[in-house]
Ligand binder design. Structure first.
Ligand code: 9WN
Length: 500
C-alpha cells in the first residue's frame, strides 16, 4: 500500500526562497507609503483612483495592516467605519465622505429612502463580508504584544464598541437569515465582495433589468488598462437593476425578499460570521462585556458553522452557496468553497479542504506563477485568468486562508500561503489582483488592502521583530503613487501612542 505523502512535502510554497532583506525593506516601505498616500486622516480610500472611498471589508484588512505600524490609527479606521453603521446594525459596503467620479455614487444609491440610514455620512445601501471583528482580534493581538498605550487603547476600544459589532452580527443573523438556515442571505453579488464570481452566474441569470432601469455611464473602465479585467456591461446592468430593486424596497429586507430577483445564501459570509462571532465572544468574555451578548454570539457562531457544514458537497469536499430563489445548491469551484477552513467544525472535512487547497486543482496547479489561492480553480471550466473574480489571485483571499489555516493549527500550510503571498508582492505594485499564470498585476494598483496584508505578512515572518516594519515606514521619504497628486488631506500615519 502507498504511504500517504506527508503534508510538508506537498505544500506548494514550501521551496520558495524568502524575500531578501532588501526586498523586505522595500516592500515594507512601499506598502507603508501606499497606505499613507491613501490615508484621509480618519479613514483610508480603497485605492487612489478606481475606489476613492471607504469600503467595508477593505477597511477591515486595511486596519489590521495599519496595526503593524500604528494601533491607534488602525482603531480609527474601524471607528470611522462604525460611523456609517445603520440603525438596524448593518455596516454599509461604501461610506462616501467626499465627492468623486465613482459610479454608482450616493445619488444612485438614494439611501434617503431608508429609515435606518445613518446621520452625517452618505453610504451605499448594501453590506459586505463581516471581516471586521477578525481584524479587530488581530489588532488586539498586536496591541497586547506591544503593551502600554497600544494595549490599553485596543482593549478599551473592544469594550466601547462591543455592542456595535454585536448589532452588526445580529443584523446578519436575523434580517439576513430569518428562517435560521445558518446561511447569510445576500441581496446583491457586491455583498459577497466577489462581484462577478461564477458563484453568482446561475442566480444572475434570473436577474432581468427592466425597461425602467435608469440609464448609466460606467466610470470604472476609465481606470483600468483593459476592460476585460472588469465585469461586462451586461453584468453591470444586472448589478444596477438589483440596486434599483433595493431602492424600491426602501432598503427594507423583508420587502426586498418578497420582490427582489437575487436572494442567495452566501457560504463565505456565513463562515466569516461564525468565526468572527466566536472571536467577539472570546474578546468580550475576557474583557468583561455583557454575558448575554457573549452567549448570543456563541449561538450565532454555532448556527452559521452548522450552516456551512451542511453546505459541504460530499463529492467535491467544497462548501456551496444556496440559491434561495430556486432552492439549488450552486456547484462552482470558487475559493469560497473553502469556507469551512474559516469557521471550522469537522476535523476530517478540514483536512480534506486543506489538501485540496494545496493540491493540483488549486494552489499546487502546475501552471500557476505563484502558489497562492486563485479565485477560481485553474482546472475549472469557469476559470478565466484575467477577469476579476473569475480566476485571478486576490492577495486578500490568500491572506484569509493563511489566517484560517494558522488558526486551525495548520501552520505549515499557512506558512506556505504566506511565503507565496509575499513572493507575489515583491514587485511592490500592490495590485488589486494578479494574473495567476503569468503573475502580471491587474486591476487597480496601490490597492490599500493589498499593501495592508503585505505589512501583516511581513510582520508575521518574524513575530519578535514586528517593530522593524514600523521603523522602516517611518524613516523612508514620502512617495506618491505614479500619476497622482497627493490630495491636501493626505496625512502621515501617526506614530503609536497618539491620543484622541
Ligand atoms: C463594488 C473595493 C471593492 C472590493 C470588492 C471588489 C470591488 C466594487 C467595484 O472593489 O467591488 O463594491 O466597484 O467593483 O469586488 O471586493 O471591496 O476594493
Amino acid at each position: 500500500m502507498d504511504r500517504p505523502t506527508p503534508i510538508d512535502e506537498r505544500v506548494p510554497g514550501r521551496s520558495l526562497p524568502p524575500p531578501s532583506p532588501v526586498e523586505v525593506a522595500l516592500m515594507a516601505g512601499r506598502a507603508g507609503y501606499v497606505l499613507k498616500a491613501n490615508d484621509r486622516d480618519t479613514f483610508t480610500v480603497a485605492s487612489p483612483r478606481l475606489y476613492p472611498h471607504m469600503w467595508s471589508w477593505d477597511a477591515g484588512f486595511v486596519a489590521l495592516g495599519i496595526a503593524t505600524v500604528s494601533v491607534p490609527r488602525a482603531l480609527d479606521e474601524l471607528r470611522t467605519l462604525l460611523g456609517g453603521q445603520w440603525a438596524n446594525g448593518m455596516i454599509p459596503h461604501i461610506l462616501f465622505h467626499t465627492e468623486s467620479d465613482y459610479f454608482p455614487g450616493p445619488e444612485r444609491w438614494r439611501t434617503q429612502v431608508a429609515a435606518a440610514r445613518p446621520a452625517g455620512v452618505l453610504t451605499s445601501g448594501i453590506c459586505q463580508p463581516p471581516i471586521h471583528v477578525i481584524a479587530l482580534s488581530r489588532i488586539l493581538h498586536d496591541a497586547r504584544r506591544k503593551g502600554g498605550d497600544d494595549q490599553e487603547q485596543a482593549e478599551a476600544f473592544v469594550v466601547e464598541t462591543f455592542d456595535r459589532w454585536l448589532a452588526w452580527h445580529r443584523y446578519l443573523a436575523t434580517a439576513r437569515d430569518p428562517h435560521q438556515h445558518g446561511l447569510v442571505e445576500i441581496h446583491h453579488g457586491w455583498e459577497s465582495g466577489m462581484d462577478d464570481s461564477p458563484r453568482w452566474d446561475a442566480p444572475y441569470a434570473n436577474v432581468h433589468p427592466g425597461p425602467d432601469l435608469p440609464p448609466f455611464v460606467r466610470r470604472d473602465l476609465a481606470h483600468v488598462s483593459d476592460p476585460s479585467q472588469r465585469p461586462s456591461d451586461t453584468e453591470y446592468a444586472r448589478y444596477l437593476w438589483l440596486l434599483e430593486q433595493k431602492v424600491r424596497a426602501r432598503y427594507d429586507d423583508v420587502t426586498y425578499r418578497a420582490s427582489g430577483d437575487f436572494v442567495v445564501g452566501d457560504v463565505l459570509v456565513s463562515a466569516l460570521l461564525a468565526a468572527a462571532s466566536d472571536l467577539l465572544a472570546d474578546m468580550g468574555k475576557e474583557l468583561g462585556c455583557p454575558v448575554d451578548g457573549v452567549n448570543e454570539l456563541r449561538g450565532i457562531a454555532r448556527r452559521f458553522r452548522s450552516g456551512v457544514l451542511r453546505s459541504l458537497s460530499p463529492e467535491t469536499g467544497l462548501c456551496r452557496d444556496l440559491d434561495l430563489r430556486t432552492g439549488e445548491w450552486l456547484e462552482v469551484e470558487s475559493a469560497a468553497g473553502f469556507a469551512l477552513l474559516i469557521c471550522g467544525g469537522d476535523e476530517a472535512a478540514i483536512r480534506r479542504q486543506r489538501d485540496l487547497l494545496l493540491g493540483p486543482r488549486w494552489c499546487g496547479h502546475s501552471r500557476l506563477r505563484w502558489p497562492t489561492v486563485p479565485s477560481v480553480s485553474p482546472a475549472s471550466p469557469d476559470f478565466r485568468q484575467r477577469t476579476y473574480w473569475r480566476g485571478p489571485q486576490w492577495p486578500v483571499l490568500n491572506w484569509l486562508y493563511a489566517w484560517a489555516l494558522n488558526r486551525s493549527g495548520e501552520q505549515e500550510a499557512a506558512n506556505s500561503l504566506r511565503a507565496a503571498g509575499l513572493a507575489q508582492l515583491v514587485d511592490c505594485d500592490f495590485a488589486e489582483y494578479y494574473e495567476p499564470i503569468t503573475g502580471e498585476s491587474l486591476g487597480s494598483k496601490d490597492q490599500s488592502w493589498t499593501a495592508a496584508i503585505a505589512l501583516d505578512f511581513l510582520a508575521a515572518r518574524r513575530p519578535g521583530r514586528r517593530r522593524a516594519v514600523r521603523l522602516l515606514t517611518r524613516e523612508l521619504p514620502a512617495i506618491t503613487p505614479a500619476g497622482t497628486t497627493p490630495p491636501a488631506s493626505v496625512r502621515q500615519i501617526r506614530p503609536p501612542g497618539r491620543t484622541g
